[in-house]
Design a protein around this ligand. Structure first.
Ligand SMILES: Cc1cc2nc3c(=O)[nH]c(=O)nc-3n(C[C@H](O)[C@H](O)[C@H](O)COP(=O)(O)OP(=O)(O)OC[C@H]3O[C@@H](n4cnc5c(N)ncnc54)[C@H](O)[C@@H]3O)c2cc1C
Length: 444
């Protein structure tokens, strides 16, 4: 049992994986390039808050930390759609009003998983250590202590890259023959903005909702924070006649927001500063294979499969990776290569399915949520779900409120839609035929 794991990256999945490995008694050294988030130097700019749902909660439950984490979260029961005239339309996430997604701060969650890992005496966490390269054969991670400028060589039985979408560990694997890799950027980027609390500390909009301003080719969303503020994210074209690239001056920003989000502008006193000072982030999908090299190196979380954020599942999927990684190590305790292979086989197909679902959901959120047809379809979905419990499950419900594997959820939703909506068309045609026949009968 004295195998030693070197983990690179103590973001959301890194901390959680270290806790899982520590629980099994493995020796773990976790290296993170940034400073300790608990010292108040959490680097923002990339989704200050996230939606935590069933898969992520399950992963936390296995370590007994879900309740503690959820204390810092705000439940969101549905989408609050803001139209251009300031009208509001609420669309619940599920027929069951208790089913909600949870807005949680990245810093709070990161701290919780790191502290969970540090409860195990065999886990050591090293901040300010930047991984520069990995020697896959030995396996060794080369790191630079950014405080002392000292080069460090971390040796272990296996190196796990939990170092995010631009993973240094994966970069080393990309030098391998027959390693598949692709990345694709959306034409859209994102920028975070703030709605601060009201003077009495309360929320200036409905607290228990995920707010969406769908504007066909782009959108803004807002998630509530425990301090009374909302973090807004504008997803907008990176380039083009009307885009981040062409919106340069305060007057440009103001005009755009006045035209598109008139009800939000009075709630955003720091809009112009936020827009100028906050970075514009890219949205990338990363696919690669395999996710391991022999029994020596493996990839977990965004390092293996970064997805765009429109299903609110990237972190939830990364947490689910940790659960499966742990299960595979438990199933094959004496054969790490088999464990890594099983982990890859079980997760890859689902990560690919999620990547497709996430891109597709962008179109749904920015464009379709605004339409009456979308709202009617959601109501119909909930009606079928209520009439056929456990038989009919809308895709969103399967992805967000169950642990049905993503690929299976996507397949089942396609099948359901064909049966239900195909059935409705056939029933409609039969009814129309019957009416025509009746009229003819009456006419003669
Ligand atoms: C705008 C936006 C909104 C999102 N919203 C949601 C949401 O609502 N719900 C959801 O489930 N997911 C969401 N996601 C996705 C989620 O952020 C990621 O899937 C999740 O952070 C992945 O966790 P990770 O640990 O794999 O990677 P990360 O969280 O990126 O952590 C990687 C860690 O590795 C460290 N690191 C990187 N390189 C090195 C190196 N060379 N050496 C040492 N350390 C290194 C980094 O500093 C970091 O701490 C969102 C993403 C974005 C961009």
């Amino acid at each position: 049992m004295n195998q030693k794991f070197t983990l690179v990256g103590s973001g959301l999945a890194g901390g959680l994986l270290a806790a899982y490995l520590g629980r099994r008694g493995y020796d773990v050294d976790l290296y993170e390039r940034r400073a300790d988030p608990r010292a108040g130097n959490f680097v923002g700019g990339r989704s200050i808050n996230l939606a935590l749902s069933t898969r992520g909660i399950h992963a936390l439950e296995q370590l007994g930390i879900a309740d503690e984490v959820l204390q810092h979260a705000i439940p969101m029961r549905g989408r609050m759609i803001h139209d251009k005239s300031g009208g509001l339309h609420f669309s619940p996430y599920d027929v069951d009003p208790n089913k909600c997604i949870n807005s949680i701060g990245r810093g709070a969650l990161n701290t919780a998983v790191i502290e969970a890992a540090q409860r195990y005496p065999s886990v050591r966490v090293h901040f300010n250590h930047h991984c520069t390269d990995v020697d896959l054969e030995t396996p060794v991670a080369h790191l630079l202590n950014t405080e002392t400028n000292q080069a460090i060589t971390a040796r272990g039985d296996a190196v796990v890259g939990v170092d995010g979408a631009f993973s240094a560990v994966r970069r080393a694997m990309q030098r391998l023959d027959r390693f598949d890799y692709s990345q694709s950027y959306l034409a859209h980027s994102y920028k975070e903005l703030t709605i601060p609390p009201a003077p009495d500390g309360s929320w200036r909009m409905e607290k228990f909702s995920l707010h969406i301003w769908p504007r066909k080719s782009f959108m803004m969303i807002a998630l509530p924070n425990p301090d009374g503020s909302f973090t807004c994210t504008l997803f907008w074209e990176f380039e083009g006649p009307r885009s981040f690239a062409t919106t340069k001056t305060d007057a440009d920003v103001r005009r755009f927001f006045d035209e598109e989000f008139p009800d939000a502008v009075p709630l955003m006193p720091t809009l112009l500063e936020d827009f100028t000072e906050n970075p514009t982030g890219s949205l990338v999908t990363v696919r690669c294979a395999p996710w391991h090299y022999q029994d020596k190196v493996a990839l977990v979380g965004d390092a293996a499969h970064a997805v765009v954020p429109f299903y609110g599942q990237g972190m939830n999927a990364a947490f689910e990776d940790c659960v499966v990684f742990d299960e595979c190590l438990a199933e094959f305790p004496n054969d790490r290569k088999r464990a890594f292979t099983e982990y890859f086989v079980r997760r890859k197909v689902n990560a690919d399915a999620l990547a497709d679902l996430a891109v597709h959901n962008f179109i749904e959120m920015r464009d379709k949520t605004a339409s009456r047809r979308f709202r009617a379809k959601k109501k119909l979905d909930h009606l079928f779900e209520g009439m056929l419990p456990r038989v009919y499950l809308p895709l969103y419900t399967m992805v967000t409120f169950t642990r049905i594997p993503y690929a299976e959820a996507a397949r089942r939703a396609r099948c359901q839609d064909r049966i239900v909506y195909g059935g409705m068309i056939i029933a409609g045609m039969l009814a129309a035929g019957l009416l025509v026949a009746l009229f003819r009968l009456i006419a003669f």
